[in-house]
Design a protein around this ligand. Structure first.
Ligand code: GTP
Ligand code: NA
Ligand code: MG
Length: 305
């Protein structure tokens, strides 16, 4: 822990949406995203980068977050990979449950995932599809209680918000609930010092070569910063935010698409800043370790020059 934690700047909460098949995760994210894009600059067309940012309006005080970073569906793969290694990037999980359905296998999976260890992740339940004639939010709440989910209105600490991803009903309350939870979580991060983050997803881009969406968790990632992720090194050449806008720097809580890699980083791997020498040594050490582990094929693909 930082000796002067209370003096560090706030960072946006990182939110992942999970839940059973067809309970409306994508629709919810799309509606949140399109309403935030509409409120943003003209012509700001959101490209897919595995994460997007929603501004929290009407918050002029210093205590709450100014924006929320949502991890998109492909973020799930990275989420699982990171959870498997005990690296929590998520502060809040929104569990989506369709009000016309019930607690299904993947709903239970999420509940069990969050029950594990001494996780600091805060759960928020979004009871979705309340616009549907067959919606029965009260029965969903009872079923959640039966699963051991201590809802706020029954004396617990887990908020439940009624929403419709289709009509947008309840989404302002959901955003308000996220921001209230984040305020309690005291999410702060150092903006000075070396960069630390994680790869959310990566792919080959025809013009730019290997490209990775990086969630910055500490420090300030800048164009020109030398970074290492797994067995890949890079020097940030170009960065774009979740609106596809070129940016020169990214602060903690921001997800940016980064080009300038010599190889393709893996989703879920961490990202560290270093000097040219540090990174060379780290790469050589990691390569040796990989060799010992008999990962010769991987090593051959790496340009160590
Ligand atoms: P998977 O990614 O396949 O797990 O599904 P998902 O959870 O992302 O669900 P998705 O958003 O694809 O929605 C599934 C279906 O439910 C689609 O036909 C949506 O139009 C519908 N749907 C989602 N949200 C709502 C809602 O709030 N109200 C109504 N009436 N329909 C909804
Ligand atoms: Na679906
Ligand atoms: Mg989906």
């Amino acid at each position: 822990p930082h000796p002067n934690f209370q003096s560090l700047p706030h960072r946006p909460p990182i939110v992942t949406i999970m839940g059973h098949v067809d309970h409306g995760k994508t629709t919810l994210l799309d509606t949140l995203r399109s309403s935030s894009v509409a409120k943003g600059e003209a012509g700001g067309i959101t490209q897919h980068i595995g994460a997007f940012s929603v501004p929290v309006l009407g918050r002029d005080d210093e205590d709450g977050p100014r924006s929320i970073t949502f991890l998109d569906t492909p973020g799930h793969a990275a989420f699982s990979a990171m959870r498997a290694r005990g690296a929590d990037v998520t502060d809040i999980v929104i569990l989506v449950v369709a009000a016309d359905d019930g607690i299904m296998p993947q709903t239970k999976e999420v509940i069990n995932l969050l029950r594990k260890e001494d996780s600091k992740i805060q759960l928020i339940v979004a009871i979705n599809k309340i616009d549907k004639p067959g919606a029965n939010p009260e029965s969903i709440k009872k079923a959640l209680l039966a699963e051991g989910i201590q809802l706020e209105e029954y004396g617990g600490d887990i908020p439940a918000v009624l929403v419709s991803g289709l009509t947008g009903e309840g989404l302002p309350e959901l955003v308000e609930t996220i921001s209230a939870v984040a305020e309690i979580q005291e999410l702060r991060a150092e903006q000075d010092g070396p960069v630390y983050g994680h790869v959310l997803e990566s792919n080959f881009h025809k013009g730019l070569g290997p490209v990775a969406t990086v969630l910055v968790q500490r420090g300030c990632l800048k164009v020109g910063t030398r970074i290492i992720s797994g067995l890949c090194q890079g020097k940030v050449r170009r960065m774009t935010d979740s609106n596809g806008k070129a940016v020169h720097s990214a602060l903690p809580g921001m997800a940016v698409t980064v080009s300038g890699w010599k190889a393709l980083p893996k989703a879920g791997d961490d990202v560290l800043q270093g000097s040219e020498g540090d990174i060379k040594r780290a790469l050589s050490n990691r390569a040796k370790k990989a060799e010992i582990e008999n990962l010769q094929d991987d090593i051959d693909a790496i340009n160590l020059a």
